[in-house]
Design a protein around this ligand. Sequence first.
Ligand SMILES: Cc1cc2nc3c(=O)[nH]c(=O)nc-3n(C[C@H](O)[C@H](O)[C@H](O)COP(=O)(O)OP(=O)(O)OC[C@H]3O[C@@H](n4cnc5c(N)ncnc54)[C@H](O)[C@@H]3O)c2cc1C
Length: 329
Amino acid sequence: MQLSKQQAEQRTDQVYDVLVVGGGPAGLSAGIYLQRYLLSTLIVDKGKARSLWMQEMHNYLGLPPDSSGRDLLKQGKAHYLSLDGDYLNAFVEEATDEGETFALRVRIGRNNPSYVTLRSRYLIAASGIIDNLPTFTDMQNVYDYAGYNLHVCLICDGYEMQGQRVGVFGRNEGSLEVAFSLGWFTSDITLFTGGAFDVSDGFRDRLRTHGYRLEERPLHRFVGENHIMSGVELRDGTLIPLDAGLVSMGSKYHADYLNGIDLEYKGGNLVTDGMNRTSHPRIFAVGDLKVGLNQVIVAAADGALAATQIWRDIRRQEGSRAPAKQSAA
Ligand SMILES: Cc1cc2nc3c(=O)[nH]c(=O)nc-3n(C[C@H](O)[C@H](O)[C@H](O)COP(=O)(O)OP(=O)(O)OC[C@H]3O[C@@H](n4cnc5c(N)ncnc54)[C@H](O)[C@@H]3O)c2cc1C
């Protein structure tokens, strides 16, 4: 059920089989499988998932190509709730390993928040990442286009950029490397530094070889209308027309609540085995937060794998949860 603050406070004596941090595609998929394995589950989600940015998902088997992230999450949450899983809109601040259980300190509400501690035997980290965007004085100008034709994911949207005039926005020379992969789809590429970092002579040579342009003047804003970006205006007033943009400025990893637990990371991503178990035997990681491919179809599969391994673990300990058969009189 969708838990209110009061109902969450009543759950503090209970130990869930699994607590899932994050209600994106990875967490919801895990929740659906867990409930179908008769395991008690709570998903805690703070909202504003990365998946909400997906205006249209063109690469998911079985779904029409205009399916939005918003619809996917709505449908996935309804499916999970129909299986009697618990769901709480809240922010997980801290996870503590108590030995047999995890204690999660959870903040409910933004203004005048209250705190509860909820417990589970297993933990699934499904809290994802969020992309860094170019910082302009008017950030609304960036949000107007991000997720439309200002892309953040080459794997998701390279196909859409075929033959287009594309601007690549980076935060350092390394982040601009994505331009060479984008070159698979289009050769009309301008790389923007915004004047924020230097580019080496070797890199400039490679750009020249590929015929890509480098623009190092400071940026002012995107131009366009109805969420379709049509170019970039530089601070000196120059307008550079574009058909699309690709932002490559790194991400923030939503894993602060795990800071008190010793886990293996690669960069900001959690390292897992083939069933998505982390270096801690009772913590699993799924979706964008773990090492792997940041795609919805992978996140959904990740949830299925983690839930199945947790069921196997618990089944081996408990044997069965089927009610005992009445013996014939
Ligand atoms: C613009 C854009 C377009 C994309 N297009 C595609 C596409 O076409 N096809 C495709 O396959 N993929 C696409 N992706 C990638 C896709 O969105 C991700 O791979 C997918 O969302 C990963 O799912 P997730 O469940 O791991 O993370 P998310 O969807 O980000 O969900 C994680 C959830 O955890 C919550 N959370 C984080 N920290 C906490 C906390 N401490 N407490 C409680 N909750 C927390 C977050 O708020 C969020 O709701 C796109 C991404 C973007 C940004």
